[in-house]
Design a protein around this ligand. Structure first.
Ligand SMILES: Nc1ncnc2c1ncn2[C@@H]1O[C@H](COP(=O)(O)OP(=O)(O)OP(=O)(O)O)[C@@H](O)[C@H]1O
Ligand SMILES: [Mg+2]
Length: 240
């Protein structure tokens, strides 16, 4: 039996219906997403794959509420993103969604622990408590000895692990990662994917990872292949 689409609440974590996204107008018009229907379940790590320019970043950006679709309906964590506006969407994103980007986007003047604490500080946590919670998570990703290091003193794989800790520190229900292993060598890439599995895959959470990297395919429970703005194929790994 493949993993179920049902959360305890009986809904998929992410549901897209007829989603399209067009950039530009006239001669520069690009249909980045075309009629995308997709359901992503809780409790799985979903890999989103496909050639450069096929729409992967666009898809996770609309799922994460960073980009508005041109058409279609998007439901995330039981709420209609398509109908959510302005401040409410920003809050929803800040509280319920974590992001990991290809470029780690760490703040150079903050230590590893301070960087990982940023979402809590934005949410108004007391600084000491926020940094302590971030330090716990950094310890979990193997960086206990780097809490006070600055990004410039960390390797690429270590910086990416700080970025993962930052994405998870506020315990978001949806984690989206755009090519988190792209800047890493094979071994660091596997470490990072293993960590995402270990710390983010939970029954009440959903994780989507965009990747070009066929070396990390074994870390996914489900592989969604895109081509030319469409979802072409969804493969579900047998449980086991
Ligand atoms: N802001 C934008 N303005 C205009 N066109 C865009 C914009 N963002 C993306 N596109 C176009 O939309 C299409 C999909 O882009 P997207 O970034 O989603 O691809 P991708 O699958 O993530 O590619 P890659 O693997 O290279 O990161 C491409 O043709 C791209 O040129
Ligand atoms: Mg991309």
């Amino acid at each position: 039996m493949p993993a179920t689409l049902d959360s305890p609440a009986g809904t998929a974590a992410v549901a897209l219906r007829g989603v399209g996204k067009v950039f530009g107008i006239g001669d520069t018009r690009v249909a980045a997403l075309r009629e995308v229907d997709l359901d992503l379940p809780y409790g799985e790590l979903v890999l989103l794959v496909g050639p450069s320019g096929c729409g992967k970043t666009t898809l996770i950006s609309v799922v994460a509420g960073l980009l508005d679709p041109s058409e279609g309906e998007i439901e995330v964590l039981g709420e209609s993103l398509s109908r959510m506006r302005g401040g409410r969407k920003v809050r929803f994103r800040g509280e319920r969604i974590g992001f990991v980007f290809q470029q780690y986007n760490l703040l150079p003047a903050l230590t590893a622990a301070e960087n990982a604490a940023v979402p809590l500080l934005i949410a108004g946590w007391n600084r000491r408590k926020a940094v302590a919670r971030a330090a716990d998570l950094l310890t979990e990703v193997g960086l206990a000895d780097k809490l006070t290091a600055y990004p410039s003193q960390l390797s690429g794989g270590q910086q990416q692990r700080v970025a993962i800790a930052r994405a998870l520190v506020h315990e978001p229900k949806l984690l989206v990662c755009d090519e988190p292993t792209a800047a890493l060598d094979a071994a660091s890439g596997r470490t990072v994917m293993g960590l995402i599995r270990k710390v983010a895959v939970e029954p009440d959470r959903a994780v989507v990872v965009v990747t070009h990297d066929s070396r990390v395919y074994d870390f996914g429970d489900r592989i969604v292949s895109m081509a030319d703005g469409r979802v072409e194929k969804v493969e579900v790994k047998p449980a086991g």
